[in-house]
Write a protein that binds this ligand. Structure first.
Ligand code: GLU
Length: 287
């Protein structure tokens, strides 16, 4: 089925980096993987994931474009920037709010750490202890009063309620096959942060649909996130793309590449005299 789809020439893939640092070899692998996965007749898109304006910088965005061009990649323009789509994220939040599926969460990081430390068996998800549900249990009046008083709050998805609403779900992964969704595995995820009126989960899900992405390729470290995205797609009546969670590229000591490792950036490799062809060979040769 996947093969048929790519053979029709309609496959749309994307590479979606955050401009919070320079690209490294791991990014090069992901970008080349996505560009390759759309096939010769498909479309390859670039999306700049810049919702966190505190960490993102224009010079890093310029660096991303420079590095990808140097690698020989071409993408459609205009480039999609998440910071330009905040009203779309707000509209989706409104809809989920009207349907009673989100709640304001006033918890501080400290409170959540204390709760987790005090719980005898705090259920854990892929990112640590699951949200304990403190603010999900607040009365409507108390929530409204605290919001009206200007208390900072995030917005969380009521996952138990959402799971009931959407029923059993699955998605197709081109490497792993059909995957049954574990809706509550990540708990009541944040859909709008205290400081940013959206979150990774919400923005990515909406953008993949709005950009017509038919095959989402991303690192296997984000497999858990796809379960959340599948629930959001069902709640918001969005199309469901195929997925391909790929392996993560590791350095000589088995560690994942990170933005802080200056030596592994494409810029550093270029300045050290490596060619784009060398980098392509490096990322395909690495196990
Ligand atoms: N922006 C995300 C990252 O840099 C990738 C988003 C995605 O592929 O879902 O890790």
């Amino acid at each position: 089925m996947s093969r048929e789809k790519s053979d029709t020439g309609n496959t749309v893939t994307r590479f979606a980096p955050s401009p919070s640092g320079r690209l490294h070899l791991g990014h090069a692998y992901s970008a080349l993987f996505a560009a390759d996965a759309c096939g010769p007749r498909g479309r390859f898109l670039l999306r700049i994931e810049d919702i966190d304006q505190g960490r993102c910088r224009p010079e890093f965005e310029a660096g991303i474009l420079e590095d990808l061009s140097w690698l020989g990649l071409e993408w459609e323009t205009p480039v999609w920037r998440q910071s330009e789509h905040m009203p779309d994220y707000a509209a989706a939040l409104d809809r989920l709010d009207r349907e009673g599926l989100i709640f304001p969460c006033f918890c501080t990081r400290k409170h959540l750490q204390l709760e987790a430390a005090n719980a005898v068996t705090a259920p854990h998800g892929p990112d640590g202890p699951l949200y304990p549900g403190t603010c999900r249990r607040l009365s409507r009046d108390e929530s409204a009063d605290r919001k009206a008083a200007g208390e900072p709050h995030a917005l969380r998805l009521n996952m138990t309620e959402s799971a009931k609403r959407v029923g059993a779900l699955s998605f197709q992964d081109r490497a792993l096959g059909e995957i049954l969704v574990d809706a509550t595995g990540c708990g009541d995820v944040v859909l709008a942060r205290k400081d940013i009126a959206t979150s990774y989960h919400l923005a990515v899900t909406l953008d993949d649909a709005a950009q017509g992405v038919t095959l989402v390729t991303r690192g296997e470290d984000l497999l858990h996130a796809t379960h959340v995205h599948r629930v959001l797609q069902a709640l918001l009546d969005l199309p469901v793309p195929d997925y391909h969670h790929h392996r993560l590229l590791r350095d000589g000591s088995g560690r994942r590449y990170a933005k802080r490792d200056r030596a592994g950036t494409l810029q550093a490799l270029r300045e050290a005299g490596r060619s784009a062809d060398d980098v392509r060979k490096l990322v395909t040769a690495k196990p």
